[in-house]
Design a protein around this ligand. Sequence first.
Ligand SMILES: Cc1cc2nc3c(=O)[nH]c(=O)nc-3n(C[C@H](O)[C@H](O)[C@H](O)COP(=O)(O)OP(=O)(O)OC[C@H]3O[C@@H](n4cnc5c(N)ncnc54)[C@H](O)[C@@H]3O)c2cc1C
Length: 392
Amino acid sequence: MLDVVIVGGGVIGSSIAYHLARSGARVRVYEQAAPAVAPSASWASAGGVRQQGRDPREWPLTLEAAHRWPDLDDELAAPTGFIQGGHLHLVETEADLGALEQRVQRERQAGMNISLLEPSAAYQVAPAMKGGVVGAAFTPEDGQADPRRTTAAFAAAAQHHGAEYSNQTRVDGLVSRDGRIRGISVGSELVSADTVVLATGVWTNALTAPLGCEVPIAVRAPQMLLTTPGPPRLAPTLTAVNRALSLKQLSSGEYFIGGGWPTDVVAHNNTLACRVRPDSVGGSWAVATEIVPSVADQRIDQHWGGLEAQSVDGVPFIGPAPGLEGAFVAVGFSGHGFQLSPAVGRAVADLVGGARVSELESVSTARIHALDPAIVDAFKHASPTTPVATLE
Ligand SMILES: Cc1cc2nc3c(=O)[nH]c(=O)nc-3n(C[C@H](O)[C@H](O)[C@H](O)COP(=O)(O)OP(=O)(O)OC[C@H]3O[C@@H](n4cnc5c(N)ncnc54)[C@H](O)[C@@H]3O)c2cc1C
């Protein structure tokens, strides 16, 4: 019998698989498609590796992850594409400086290497920015990585340590017996396991709701734009106060532009897909070319959307699935789970192994019961047509 079945082979499921297999557990990952393919979040992701600007409940995980990213290629013996160019969160009006200053202070007290830059210092870090920037928060240890290669690296390392992957295999249900989850079903086949971990992103409630457990997440489908390659002009990743923007330049020269602009989710042949909206493409392009004018020297080469599980309160749910003894969830990463992935994998592996994991207490599933059902209901039915200004 398997120790652990993991459902979902995205960056979160594959990181959990790696950490569990490394500790000697017999693990199998079930993935309905393949790790990090469309329209999953790990395929679509902007790959920003950013500590700053997060909800304090994510601080323990983000700090641990930031510490691990620089050595992850060596640890996994495979390339993640991590580049430590720093992250710059810029301010365009004096009125916004005070709030940013206070946030920087809080994050520094939490242990983050972050500083508030004067305009001249900000332009030294990112000379390509338009004029008029009045300050910026800078985290030099942040950067970017390639989400598809990172997911593949975790999956390969998991398999190196003995984890098995069953790709193109959709899990149809959780098997419950004598008040406990005993495994999963794939068609008529039952697979027994001591523990089942769901790293199933937007698809989670299809498995848990039939057993009475609904995780308060909703489907979001943020857009990404990729330009033609240009000369190297932008080292840090960029976001800006009150702007729906995340902007970076890849090592191959393309600008990669996000920021929460929505695509439309369409159901097709029993699967979900994202349809790009012209207004989102135009809006995202306008912001990026305004903040970094040299972006306009390029043209948009590709655009896409990806399915991300947005949690009702903006931070993930990680822990025992309420009412489903023997099952755990790690879902609801709300547009910023990629950076956390090394720490989430470690923490969930420890939790499944029976440890008390203090880093997970603030993002625990235990808070689900305390949420106001009216707020949860309204949240799940809201479908944003205007961009959610997120930091990616
Ligand atoms: C456009 C976009 C930009 C983003 N940018 C950033 C960023 O810059 N920085 C950052 O930190 N984060 C970012 N994120 C968020 C980050 O990418 C996600 O939080 C992260 O990839 C979530 O990974 P996951 O493994 O939980 O989900 P997913 O990658 O969606 O994986 C879930 C997997 O479960 C599988 N699955 C589901 N149900 C079943 C089933 N029944 N049987 C078998 N398999 C199943 C699916 O096929 C899928 O592969 C972004 C997300 C998006 C969409």
